[in-house]
Design a protein around this ligand. Sequence first.
Ligand SMILES: NC(=O)c1ccc[n+]([C@@H]2O[C@H](COP(=O)([O-])OP(=O)(O)OC[C@H]3O[C@@H](n4cnc5c(N)ncnc54)[C@H](O)[C@@H]3O)[C@@H](O)[C@H]2O)c1
Ligand SMILES: [Zn+2]
Length: 367
Amino acid sequence: MTRSNEIVKVGLGKRSYDIVIAPGSLHRTGKYLQSLGLSGTVGVVTNPTLARLYGASLKQALVKAGFTCHVISIPEGERTKTLRWASYIVDELVKHRFERRSALVALGGGVIGDITGFAASMYLRGIPFIQVATTLVAQVDSSVGGKTGVNHPSGKNLIGAFYQPALVVSDTNTLRTLPRREWLAGLAEVIKYGVISDRNFFAFLEDRMEHILDMRETDVQTVVKRCCEIKAKVVGKDERESGLRRILNYGHTIGHALESLSRYRKYIHGEAVGIGMVHEALLAHYLELCSKDVVDRQRALIQRTGLPVRMPVHSFSKFWGAMRHDKKVASGTVHCVLPRSLGKVQVLPLEPRTVRRWYAYCHEPSP
Ligand SMILES: NC(=O)c1ccc[n+]([C@@H]2O[C@H](COP(=O)([O-])OP(=O)(O)OC[C@H]3O[C@@H](n4cnc5c(N)ncnc54)[C@H](O)[C@@H]3O)[C@@H](O)[C@H]2O)c1
Ligand SMILES: [Zn+2]
């Protein structure tokens, strides 16, 4: 069965749960559900790509453990993360007479996880929800912490609920079929954890990046586990993002602005976060909050993954406008997570005048 070193516990009192991180764990999902005391009907929400790759294995694991399994397939991609598709999932649950104790399993990345968790939170005021996370972003970020939801035409993730899963299964073998670009984008979030909370983990990434890029099994498992431990610790202290949890947004103030300025076409999320981290570090250095080494080591590590690090040129007013429209802005003030050293960050309000001066300085032609 599962070894204790393959489990990260998310401690949230009654809402606590385990994250299982191990190659091949997807095939044991049925047993895990049994040990949660679940039985009867399970809905598996997924998309056609994931159904083709892992649907049969997951279904077999569930049926072998005595579950009746209904697959609910929704189209692939971020455009499916809508109220309409959440409502379609609920329709399927009604149609198959799901009860309070029937579980909903998300088989996929962050898109499938977010919408499935949200549907599970709504149906009968909440049914058990399990994530089988298949992207690096899902394994290190979106499956941990209970943020579920869908997009609104006027903004990403505007509709949602905090709803914790009963279990997360991260089968690191599934990452092998992930498109390379998605894998690399996840590495930006991985590097983020080093900067916000763990200098030794950052050094480990510097030391092992070539092996990680080659997807060496033990390194990948160490990476996913350490990221989950860090996120679990943060979420355990601040489940609903009233304070500490904001540090997880490092790289995201500028990252979100770049995504929105390019109308979500040029970058996938992690790519924008990588550029965001480099530039938030540059801003911190400009404000004399950290040494140049903090900027240089991040930029070098991100560059080694092959992720972009350069910021496209936009006018300052467009750039600042996009930063101000981020959903996380509170009462008109832009707060940004800025590094003090590797492993330590601080949340600070930004003065537009200061950012303008830094922006001009950044875009000055070099001598
Ligand atoms: N809830 C949270 O805390 C949180 C945190 C971060 C991101 N998110 C959300 O997560 C979403 C992004 O998630 P993502 O980066 O996982 O992308 P994704 O879910 O869109 O998956 C990326 C692509 O990879 C495919 N795919 C997934 N797993 C695969 C595999 N193992 N093999 C082959 N193909 C595979 C998917 O079908 C999809 O086309 C966004 O909607 C974002 O808002 C949520
Ligand atoms: Zn992110």
